[in-house]
Write a protein that binds this ligand. Structure first.
Ligand SMILES: Cc1ncc(COP(=O)(O)O)c(C=O)c1O
Length: 388
């Protein structure tokens, strides 16, 4: 039995995942497999670094030190074979705030901003809340894998004079880890039409074996002139609540403008414990991550196998990474309300309904599989029982 099989009770800890049922009219006993955090404790070195820092007992404003940046540079080199300069890194409190900041700083009201639905819902809300025009290049499902329609991608950029493309790489929720060729083709089109690429790479460390994540500017150094990469240790090490993320911007003019805007928006300060935890995770988290990745891949295979053998009408879109599984319920022919009734009230599961990721997601649901396998098994059995 793996250590990760052990359930850690998160009830009563203010965990959004485990304690928000009443806010969303979800039955109290529904198994929460929705928001994207994991039910696993962080690497012990992270806990230890936080414990040590709290002993100091003063939590004033913190500086981002060289050793913080160096820990990120070392991680990117080791894990992604990516050489970056420490001064490219700007610490920010979150990836979503950084997306909003980039949209507001590098485009004007009404400008087109392109996304690829079905995709993480704050992408569209960031565009719409900023009074930009939402332009979509829907991903295309062929077999059980999603692809990019490049002709549509370029045409939409031309037709809507798109200024910014918000890329999700790897992609939440469809689980693609984009190939070099796919990234290259998107990057060439964006260069040609002078489109800024905001590449959200928050899931970068979570590629399954056989797949390799490529940082966008590592694909082609020419892409550095029009790219902002957003990363964080939050998904990798399960520390979203510590609110420490990083914008990585090789181009000095882009970086300066982003940095000025971050200061004026009050987004230049990062949580003190977040900085400490990030550095510890990036310095010491390799072994922990390798074990967790193995376990996550095992969870994914468990769900794939369960569906194939016991629930063949529900299909798993084959994921290449991430702990978020995109389940295709279209074979059941249910309305949005019927699917909600099935999942929440009959199966007693709290998943995210597919239409939240854009209309292209209707008929799907996203299941967060980063939990102990016995709980995942219970969830799948409840689904089987509900469908009987
Ligand atoms: C693609 C993507 N971007 C950003 C976030 C959240 O980023 P943050 O909490 O740093 O704002 C998530 C969380 O699930 C995500 O999946």
């Amino acid at each position: 039995m793996s250590k990760l099989d052990q359930e850690v009770c998160r009830k009563g800890t203010c965990s959004a995942k485990w304690n928000a049922h009443h806010l969303r009219q979800i039955p109290d006993d529904a198994i929460p497999l929705w928001v994207a955090d994991m039910d696993f404790p962080v690497p012990p070195q992270v806990t230890e670094a936080i414990r040590k820092r709290t002993e100091h007992e003063i939590f004033g404003y913190s500086l981002v030190r060289d050793c913080y940046r160096d820990s990120i540079v070392g991680w990117m080199e080791r894990r992604h074979n990516w050489q970056l300069e420490p001064n490219w890194i700007i610490a920010v409190p979150g990836v979503v705030p950084a997306i909003n900041l980039a949209i507001n700083t590098f485009s004007e009201t009404g400008d087109g901003v392109l996304i690829q639905p079905p995709v993480y819902p704050p992408f569209s809300s960031s565009v719409l809340n900023s009074q930009r025009t939402l332009v979509t290049n829907p991903l295309v499902l062929r077999g059980n894998k999603y692809y990019i329609d490049f002709a549509d991608f370029e045409q939409k950029i031309i037709d809507h004079q798109v200024k910014i493309f918000v890329l999700c790489s790897p992609h939440n929720p469809v689980g693609r880890v984009w190939t070099k060729e796919e990234l290259q083709q998107m990057g060439e089109i964006c260069l040609k039409h002078n489109v800024l690429v905001v590449s959200d790479e928050i899931h970068h460390d979570l590629a399954f074996s056989g797949h390799r994540h490529l940082p966008f500017t590592a694909v082609d150094e020419r892409f550095a002139e029009n790219t902002i990469i957003l990363t964080a240790p939050s998904k990798t090490f399960n520390m979203a609540g510590l609110q420490a993320s990083n914008a990585i911007i090789p181009d000095s003019a882009l970086r300066e403008n982003f940095s000025k805007a971050a200061s004026s928006w009050g987004l230049a300060k990062v949580n003190t414990l977040g900085l400490v935890a990030t550095e510890a995770a990036y310095r010491h988290g390799d072994q922990w991550l390798d074990q967790v990745l193995d376990y996550l891949q095992g969870n994914m295979e468990f769900v794939r196998d369960f569906l194939a053998r016991r629930l063949p009408r529900v299909k798993l879109v084959e994921p290449e990474g991430l702990f978020l599984l995109w389940l295709d319920f279209r074979g059941l022919n249910l309305s949005v309300e019927q699917q909600e009734e099935l999942l929440v009230h009959r199966a007693c599961l709290w998943l995210i309904q597919g239409h939240s990721f854009g209309q292209e997601g209707a008929g799907f649901a996203r299941l967060n599989s980063a939990c102990p396998r016995p709980l995942l098994q219970q969830a799948m059995e409840q689904l089987e029982e509900a469908l009987r």
